[in-house]
Design a protein. Sequence first.
Length: 539
Amino acid sequence: MALGLKIWLDCSSVRPDVEARAHLVIELEATGEPVEGPRPPATTVLAIDVSGSMQGEPLEQVIRSVDRLLDALRVEDRLGVVAFSAGATKVVDPIAVDASGKKLVRSRVARLFAEGHTNIEAGIDLAAEVLGPVEAGRRRGVIVLSDGEPNQGAATAEALSAVVRKYRPGASFSSLGYGVKHDEDILAAIGHAGGGGYEFVPDPATCARAFARALGAQADVVADTIELAIAPAAGVEVVKMLSGEATRFGSAGLVLALPDMVPGTRRIVVAELALRAPGSQSFLLDVAKLQLSWRRPGSADTERALHDVTVEIAAREPGVVGEGLTRVMLVRADRVREAARALADRGNFGGAAALLRALLAEIERVPAFAVGDGSALGEAFELLVDEAMAMERKPDEEAYAMFRKSAMGSKLAMHAPPAASTRGVASTRMVEVAAGNYPEAYIRVKTGQEAGKRHRLKEECVIGRTASADIAIVSDMVSRRHAEIYALEGEFWACDLGSTNVTKVNGKPLGSAPRKLSEGDVVLVGDVELVYEEKKPTE
């Protein structure tokens, strides 16, 4: 079974003959169990922005990234490329990634040049056309990369979401936002409507890593065409979807179309219900029937799971179901973060911080919650602390743009563990190819509570203050996800992750640009100094 399902109500019972509100909490988890036989081959089309703003290093890094990552694809996979500016142009039809196919893709992509305006709609439409018809046993996807705002064709998040939905569920769409000038609301909407995702690419030098993750995720999906139908029982009404999904009415009830899922991913869906239990002669109240449907990539067969939801009727004060409540708080946190960003967009940083601080106080009152306990709600609490502090500092325009784009890609109700142990086979291969043959290297903690401790570096290492970080640093001056050290083409680089207290290398702030590390470099995260060290040949 590719998808697991857990269900809660956030109350233990309802009183008879009393109007009540409750939250129906549904958690989907992609188990990552292997598909029988080898994974299906994939056809992927890259839709690359070649408008004038991509001139120079941005486009050069895209060309370099495509050249490098071709070697991580399998012969049975196909890769196509379209380019868009004021219009869209087919660069190469999807072609098998054998020796001749790689040569053709490299030759065509190397000729790309930047000029003109930005028409993302034209790029999406041509990419979908180039994908060709749906084939049994083959997965289809589009990766859209853009560094600007659309100024021709469809130009809003709503309009471009509608464009993408025309091609669902036969293909998935992911988006990469390149640099600090792209419109993250639009690109995130494309990724959400397309069943893929959105990633912020802060600097051209990180392009290869972003492409690696996006291509790997396309191949590692274990469930697509996911739909959840909620059929309320008599006397029960779905007031709203607290988790914000678009809905439609179908034969099985209220239907939600959900994004594709890769191994280790968890997604939380919350429906607010209005219900009234009958008299006390009944012991259980039927609340809803749920139907979850999905397909394994490359399969034409739809798999289904059915569940009945009931709740006890009892003439006593309802208790709180902790597992349900904590997940409701995760979904609410995403909604409050969106509201805070809307205030900050208008320059009201104080109001944004107040919203986040109020939610933090509410989370602290959740039964059994403990700060720093390592739970999903504990991690969310730390993220909210960082975002509240960022708002309270009233960042300048550039700093807020970085913060906003970084925050847009993190959803508390959609958890995808980044650790290497949870990556799929294709993602692991892609990240390894992007990393290259890197040296054996370490980070040594120079100051602070853990001075002297050494951490072996791998392809990707997040530095932060909580246990979820690859390198956990105990300090209130360190953000939850403060910085990252990663391998790229055989060298290690450091980048800031939008931390409240900026990351510095040898005393110089990183900003949005990563910095290549050399032996003895001192990386400052918060108030803790870290030293980069490479193993010498004689060691």
